[in-house]
Design a protein around this ligand. Sequence first.
Ligand code: OSB
Ligand code: MG
Length: 367
Amino acid sequence: MIIKSAELIWVQLRLLSDFVTSQATYSNRPIVLLKITGDQGEQGWGECSALENPFYTSEYLKGAFDVLKNFLLPLVGNKNVNKENVELLLQQVRGNQIAKSAVIMAILDADLRSSGTSLREFLQVPNSKIKPAVSLGIQEDIFQLLQLIDLHVEQGYEYFKLKIRPGYDLGILEAIRNRFPKVGLGVDANGAYNIGDMDLLKTLDDFDLYAIEQPFPKESLFELKELSSGITTPVVLDESIDSFDSALAAIDMGLGSAISIKQAKVGGILEAKKIHDLSKAAGIPNTYGGMFESGLGRGVGLVIASSENFTLPSDLSASSRYFDLDVTELFELKDGFLIPPTGAGMGVEVQESALEKLGAIRYQVDF
Ligand code: OSB
Ligand code: MG
C-alpha cells in the first residue's frame, strides 16, 4: 500500500475520576489517533497512547505528536509500506516507541483489513477471554480504597493491582487482606522505593500477591535483582522494559521474574510479539499493562493479552471504568471476563460521530 495521506487527530478524553500513582496524578486523558489512507483508498487506524506528561515514560503526548508529524510520517509517506517493512522504515528515528507504535498499528490495521485477517489470526492467539485486573490508584484513605474494592468486586472483578508508594503499602495491604482474604492482589510502585526499603519489600511475600510491579526505578539493577531473587512473589518489570533488547538484557541479568508488556511502551505490536516469544522461551511469565488507552488500544491490548504466555493477570479493565464516552465501542465485563475483538485488522471501529462529540482536532498531512 502506498501511503497517500495521514491525519493526526487529537482527542481530549477525560478520566471519570483522578488516577494517582507514585509518579503522577492523571485527570485528563488526551490521545492522538492516526488515520492513514493508501493509494487504493485503504484505511488504517492507530493510537498514540503517550501520556500527557513525561513522568512514566520519557515520551509525552505533545512531543509524540511532533515526532509523528515531523519525523515518522515523512518516513512512510508516498512509500510502499506493509507490516513486513514498517519497522525498518521507522528505524532512523531513535527511541520514541509510543509514537512509532501508532504508525505500526495503523499500517497493520490497513494491511490486515485488506486481506480480511484479524490481529488475533495474525498473531496466532488462541480464542480466549480475559479475566482482567483492575488497577486502582492511590486513595486518600484506607476506607475509600476498601469501598472501591467492594464496588469492583460487585461488578465482577477478582484481581486488583494497587498502586503503592512508601508509607502507603503494608497498612493498606493488611486492611485489605483482613477484609478480602481471597481476592487476587498485586501492587505497582512505579519505581518509588530505594535500597533502604529492601527489608520492607521482602515482607510483601506475606500477603499472597500475584505481583510486585517495578518496586525500584529501572536504573536500580542491583536492587531489582536482589529483591526478585530474595522473594517468591513475582517481581514484574514494567518501566524497565521498553524494547526487545531491554527484555533480553533483563532476562539475562535476572532483574525480575516477570515482564509487563504494553505494545505502545515497547514500540508497537510487532515488538510486543517478539518480547512475548522471548519471555515464553525463557520461562518468564508476562502480564499486559494498560495505560488508559481508548477503545482502539484497549482492543489491541485484549488480543495480545490473550496470547499464551500472559499467565499473570493483566490490567485491562472495562472501558466504563475510565470514560463515559470513548472513540470506539465500549468493552464491558461479562461474567467477570472481557472479550477480545475478532474483526479484521485491529477489530475495532473508530466512530467518527464520537470524535465529533469529543471535539477532536484534526491535522491533515498529504504526501
Ligand atoms: O504503571 O502500569 C502502570 C497507567 C499509566 C501509566 C502507568 C501505569 C498505569 C496503570 C493503569 O497501571 C493501568 C490501566 O488501568 O490502564
Ligand atoms: Mg506499572
